[in-house]
Design a protein around this ligand. Structure first.
Ligand code: ADP
Ligand code: ZN
Ligand code: ZN
Length: 817
């Protein structure tokens, strides 16, 4: 009798491969274990077993496996099922899913690069001989390739050693990014030691009669100290003394105050006493009961709660209940980096039970989380993570929370699998009989539609926590303002007055501009030329701080030229504006206030986001300018005014979702205002104050927006009425991609007739020297999705056999967002 296994290889191949094994191996192996196999001439991979059987492959002779790598399955049967679903639904290979799903440490292959693990220390004497040889080599050489390791230990079969070394944390593999989740650091102040003696303190206060503001701050510091014997936060001092960060800064600079940083202790956190969750108010409680109730009949519930209504606290109660039953909970977030505030909050409630799963964590940390989830350990009972957390080996899932479910970062664009984590989460939950709550203040149209159709439960929370009113939103017509000369730079007088008022009250301001850099276009006044990226079809953006022109698509950059490269004129101007320009203008308009900027340029590097968010939270920044990063669920206590600098470039985006997205973005940004006591204020500057979407934003009319947009979607055959699959061709040769996509267009149209759009070049048709051209296939509800996909695959296969199109990369994106 011969025995065989089917395996998934971590490469983009459509099929599983069959290898032969002996009888003992057949008795030992189980689906979900890894085996080292040879593929092609010389490559070795860790492949994943899916099936053990006795049927030899028909068209090739099965090779023997090299080695068994695991003693237990590292992947569960449910995972294999969800992988299969993803590969089927999103039209990609299982190998691609495997690559996305497994932590890097599980993906050993002959190309793997091995590094010394600098993070841990261990006992060298515990290393086996072959392990020690590799360890020793890594003392002299920072990286080793598998080929080199083969030479060092004198055998070909090296994956088992690598695996052992990984487990002993001696090495790490192929990981460029290492970032650990750090606890939050808070800024405190105290009186400088020098003034601890009464006499010197008296002298100091006497000497300060001419700076009453500073004196006031000092006196408040004493009061605070007297009230409670604990460290005093900078933010607290500013608030109680009704002062500003600049006054405190002066005191620090003069050496009167001293600043120091402490890690914010869990217990010390102001809200919630020692990890107990908050008591829900009557509206939250009602929503909680309604969600529970809807779960009796439906698996998915849309929780539509306005910004700052306290959705998180409701999730927390739902989670508490599920973990009491001993089940696991997955809390999906659109992005981890931007949500440290939320994570801190959840860590307080769930403490040891919470694990954060982050693609930026080290290999070993991710493997640890993986193993804990798989073993059903209590310390991984609540998993919080971005989209890739859906790939964890859950054993007993009871609930999935998808927070900010409308966010498009839940969809992976590149590389395959191009999956949507929210939609996959729903499928995943079903496998476990688990429930899903989709939460948002601005639900995705599709989700709202599903709730409307009765497919999902629907629960609303229409009041902000603490009964604060929703912010008052006003539109400012900048066209008129320019005409009447009521603009200063990019600021209308209306906006400036409001900023001044807010600052005078000691409140903070957020200004939103959806472009980074100083200005997106530089133009020669003489000949009209504007510098373009040599690799992409876009203008270069001027960044004044670095005095550079930069491409936001490929990273290309040059020093800002002194004169026009075409006509040599020195008369260059900029068109349009980004966050950097707004920041500059603010510095001139408000020289006494601290201005911060939050965009891709200022949040690079380790803890980039955290630092700037903390500074704003601690009152270190009075006005924060930023891009859409500012819209992501941040909870600042002291922001009373939000300004949207220019609403128009959002609305004019050529995409069928542009209006929905603009509405969501503006509502979310607006939602940052007035979250505590006082009603917040929002000003939106625009050239089109009568635009329907802006009108709807201004009165918080989600339903009105929904009705209009759903009508349009219906009329123009877009989701949720039609599914769409986008096919993109890419090649560096314009003509080649053009001809290729024409061929595909004709082929698709033969079958799908009018439901094919394009081929069409996108607005930016060349990126990194690759031309893109798209075809969109619309699939009516009554048409079989599976058959449609089969046709697409078949046509794609024929396409691949056409020689003149070789090299054209075809990307298939199902439910393109
Ligand atoms: P959302 O997620 O709906 O925008 P949050 O959950 O962030 O709202 O809540 C807004 C603010 O109100 C948070 O600072 C939160 O701590 C506070 N909050 C919400 N519910 C309660 C509650 N039941 N008790 C005390 N504070 C609450
Ligand atoms: Zn010129
Ligand atoms: Zn470029």
């Amino acid at each position: 009798m011969s025995y065989f296994i089917n395996v998934i290889l971590p490469i983009p191949l459509d099929k599983e491969f069959t290898y032969s094994i002996n009888k003992t191996e057949a008795a030992f192996l189980k689906p979900g274990m890894r085996v080292a196999v040879q593929f092609g001439k010389s490559k070795v991979y860790a492949a994943l077993v899916t099936k053990i059987h006795e049927t030899p492959p028909l068209v090739y002779e099965a090779k023997e496996i090299e080695h068994i790598l695991d003693e237990f399955a590292i992947v569960t049967p449910q995972q294999l099922k969800i992988w299969a679903w993803i590969s089927e639904y999103y039209m990609c290979t299982k190998g691609e899913v495997m690559r996305a799903a497994l932590p890097g440490a599980f993906l050993l292959e002959s190309e793997t690069i091995v590094f010394k693990n600098e993070q841990t220390s261990f006992d060298e004497s515990l290393l086996k001989d072959d392990e020690f040889l590799i360890f020793e080599a890594l003392q002299y050489q920072s990286v080793l390739r598998v080929q080199e390791i083969m030479n060092i230990i004198g055998k070909k079969n090296v994956l088992p050693v690598i695996k052992r070394l990984l487990e002993k944390e001696v090495i790490t593999v192929q990981e460029e990014i290492y970032e650990q989740y750090k606890p939050k650091i808070v800024r405190f102040v105290r009186l400088h030691k020098e003034y601890n003696k009464e006499a010197s303190l008296r002298d100091l206060l006497d000497s300060m009669t001419r700076s009453p503001k500073q004196r006031e701050v000092l006196l408040h510091l004493f009061t605070l100290q007297a009230q409670a014997n604990k460290p005093i936060k900078v933010s607290e001092l500013i608030k109680t003394s009704n002062s500003s960060s600049s006054v405190v800064k002066t005191l620090i600079n003069k050496g009167i105050l001293e600043e120091y940083h402490l890690q914010r202790d869990r217990v010390e956190y102001e809200t919630g006493k020692n990890g107990e969750s908050k008591e829900l108010n009557e509206y939250q409680h009602k929503a909680f009961l309604e969600i529970e109730n809807s779960f009796k009949e439906k698996d998915v519930c849309l929780f539509h709660g306005v910004t700052s209504s306290g959705k998180t606290e409701v999730y927390v109660k739902l989670i508490e209940k599920v973990i009491q039953e001993g089940k696991q909970v997955l809390y999906l977030l659109p992005e981890i980096a931007l949500t440290t505030q939320l994570i801190t909050r959840l860590q307080e409630y769930f403490g040891e039970k919470l694990t954060v799963y982050h693609s930026k964590y080290s290999v070993n940390e991710r493997v640890e989380a993986w193993n804990n989830v798989k073993a059903g350990k209590s310390k991984a009972q609540v998993i919080i993570g971005a989209r890739s957390a859906i790939f964890l080996p859950f054993v007993n899932l009871g609930l999935i929370v998808v927070d900010e479910e409308h966010e498009n970062t839940f969809k992976q664009y590149d590389p395959a699998p191009r999956y949507h984590a929210r939609d996959t989460a729903i499928v995943l939950a079903k496998m476990f009989g688990a429930k899903v709550v989709l939460g948002s203040a601005t639900p995705a149209l599709e989700t709202y539609y599903n709730a409307n159709q009765g497919k999902y439960g629907f629960v609303q929370l229409t009041r902000r926590f603490g009964n604060v009113l929703m912010p008052e939103i006003n539109l400012v017509d900048v066209k008129t303002k320019y005409k009447k000369k009521e603009m200063t730079g990019h600021f209308s007088d209306t906006l400036l007055i409001s900023i001044r008022e807010a600052l005078a009250e000691g409140e903070q301001v957020i200004l939103f501009q959806n472009r980074r850099g100083y200005s997106p276009v530089v133009e020669c006044n003489t000949c009209g030329h504007s510098p373009q990226c040599p690799n992409c079809d876009v203008s270069l953006t001027f960044h004044s701080y670095r005095n550079q022109l930069r491409c936001h698509y490929c990273g290309y950059h040059i020093a800002m030229p002194q004169k026009c490269i075409v006509c040599e004129s020195v008369d260059l101007t900029t068109k349009g504006f980004g966050t950097e320009q707004i920041e500059n203008e603010l510095q001139e308009l408000f020289p006494d206030h601290a201005i911060g900027r939050m965009d891709q340029d200022t949040t690079r590097g380790k803890h980039g986001y955290e630092k700037i968010i903390n500074r704003f939270e601690e009152g270190d920044i009075d006005i924060m300018v930023g891009t859409q990063m500012l819209s992501k669920g941040l909870d600042f206590r002291n922001v009373s005014l939000v300004g949207i600098m220019n609403a128009d470039n959002l609305l004019n985006f050529p995409d069928f979702r542009a209006h929905e997205r603009s509405f969501q973005l503006m509502q979310q940004v607006a939602g940052r205002a007035g979250r505590t006591k006082k009603r917040g204020k929002v000003l939106i500057q625009t050239y089109n104050p009568y635009h329907q979407i802006l009108q709807q934003v201004s009165v918080n009319d989600y339903l009105g927006m929904y009705k209009d947009q759903i009508e349009e979607r219906h009329q123009y055959k877009y989701p949720p009425f039609y599914k769409i699959i986008k096919i993109t061709g890419k090649h560096k040769d314009y003509n080649k991609v053009n001809d290729a996509m024409d061929w595909l267009g004709v082929s698709f149209r033969n079958v799908f007739k009018l439901n094919v759009l394009g081929p069409e070049f996108p607005p930016i048709s060349r990126i990194r020297n690759q031309y893109h051209k798209n075809i969109i296939i619309k699939i009516p509800q009554k048409q079989s999705l599976q058959k449609t996909k089969e046709v697409i695959k078949k046509i794609n296969t024929s396409f691949k056999s056409i020689k003149e199109f070789s090299g054209v990369r075809i990307i298939i994106n199902v439910d393109n967002y």
